[in-house]
Design a protein around this ligand. Structure first.
Ligand code: SF4
Length: 379
């Protein structure tokens, strides 16, 4: 799919036409990554950050936030919970926190890899080549770093350097991560003020160009205690709206353009639509969910944006809820690490970006069934 077609889909608002896109993404998802939904246990290990991103609630300038950094033993306990719930991967996520030193992270990764049958994904911001190489040697399998927007001027405007840190070239860093042998995840936000629909099309082309193993797409949700916190949702000519619908379109197009990638249905989508956002993401191209395993006493403080979904449920409650949601749409939980790099293009699996519509109109598309009682308000 090329730029022109991407732009046509991104500006399409007719339900009937969009049903064709959802069906196409769902068909590609089924034919390439199958019906398995992989669960990645998320542990938010630190909400300390030296950066000042203009929308993020854990930016260094937010003095109102209670800060925490988990101990190594607490992180290991979270990883043990992931393994006992049958997850194949644990994701250690945090702000850009120099207190998460090269040695500390390396030691935690090595302990997890030595004792537990887990893939380890790190999401710790822009770190030095030396740190990234050390963590890879310690056993880290994946690194997640969103490029947020392919528009370099817009990126620079909303991501100023921290007091002590230089801004690194994220696109170069993503290529470096690949060279270090990581499976690389990245992604972008949808609806940043000043982001055009043409920018979004470039983001999707960049997913493909970077040959990403994992793609995260979320709506732009600024935290109120940030410079962009008071920004009204923009909808002017050419502005990409920060809506649930636009996020589904980007997610579906990501699946069509990058068929073998792992694509999560994100908690940001669940925040916009707690009742069925996760399911709709899974039915429009996604194949991954990330249940939160952060201890409840910390989770409430990892407030990158307000009213985040799932901040008061225990790991077991999150697991049961996700299990039910997956089954309600006729899918099942995947086993093992669910590695994108181990998928190959076998017979019948079309190459990236070359996926036809043919036959898709005969597919059965699952409808949403009522779920168990759910909290409608998460904070
Ligand atoms: S977006 Fe990431 S780097 Fe920026 S302030 Fe938030 S946690 Fe820090």
């Amino acid at each position: 799919m090329e730029r022109g077609e991407l732009l046509r889909w991104l500006t399409e608002d007719r339900d009937e036409a969009l049903r064709e896109l959802w069906l196409r993404a769902d068909t590609v998802r089924r034919d390439t990554v199958g019906d398995e939904v992989h669960l990645r246990g998320l542990i938010e290990i630190s909400n300390r950050c030296v950066r000042q991103c203009w929308y993020c609630g854990i930016r260094a300038g937010n003095a109102a936030l209670t800060r925490y950094r988990m101990t190594a033993d607490e992180v290991i306990e979270g990883a043990q919970a992931a393994a006992s719930l049958g997850y194949g991967t644990v994701v250690l996520q945090g702000g850009e926190d120099p207190g998460l030193t090269r040695e500390w992270v390396s030691d935690v990764v090595a302990r997890i890899k030595a004792d537990l049958p887990l893939s380890v994904a790190l999401s710790l911001g822009e770190r030095s080549t030396r740190e990234l190489a050390t963590w890879r040697r310690a056993g880290a399998d994946r690194y997640l770093l969103r490029f947020e927007t392919s528009n370099a001027a817009l990126f620079a405007r909303i991501h100023p350097p921290g007091t002590d840190s230089a801004v690194r070239d994220r696109i170069g860093l993503l290529r470096e991560l690949k060279d270090l042998g990581y499976e690389v995840g990245s992604g972008s936000m949808v609806g940043i003020p000043g982001q055009s629909i043409a920018d979004i099309a470039e983001d999707i082309l960049l997913y493909r160009d970077l040959d990403l193993d994992m793609i995260g797409v979320g709506p732009f949700i600024p935290h109120p205690a940030t410079p962009l916190g008071g920004t009204l949702a923009l909808s002017g000519e050419g502005q990409a709206p920060a809506t649930e619908l636009m996020t589904y379109k980007v997610l579906a197009l990501a699946r069509v353009c990058c068929p073998r990638a792992n694509i999560p249905s994100t908690s940001a989508l669940a925040t916009l639509n707690l009742r069925e956002g996760r399911e709709l993401g899974l039915m429009r191209g996604a194949n991954v969910l990330m249940p939160n395993l952060t201890p409840l006493r910390y989770r409430v403080h990892y407030e990158i944006y307000p009213a985040k979904a799932c901040i008061r449920e225990t790991a077991q409650q999150c697991h049961a809820c996700m299990q039910h949601r997956i089954r309600s749409i006729g899918r099942h939980i995947g086993h093992g690490a669910g590695s994108a790099t181990q998928r190959s293009f076998g017979a019948g699996v079309p190459a990236p970006g070359r996926l036809p519509f043919a036959g898709s109109q005969h597919r059965h598309v699952p409808t949403l069934k009522p779920g168990p009682p759910r909290r409608e308000k998460s904070s």
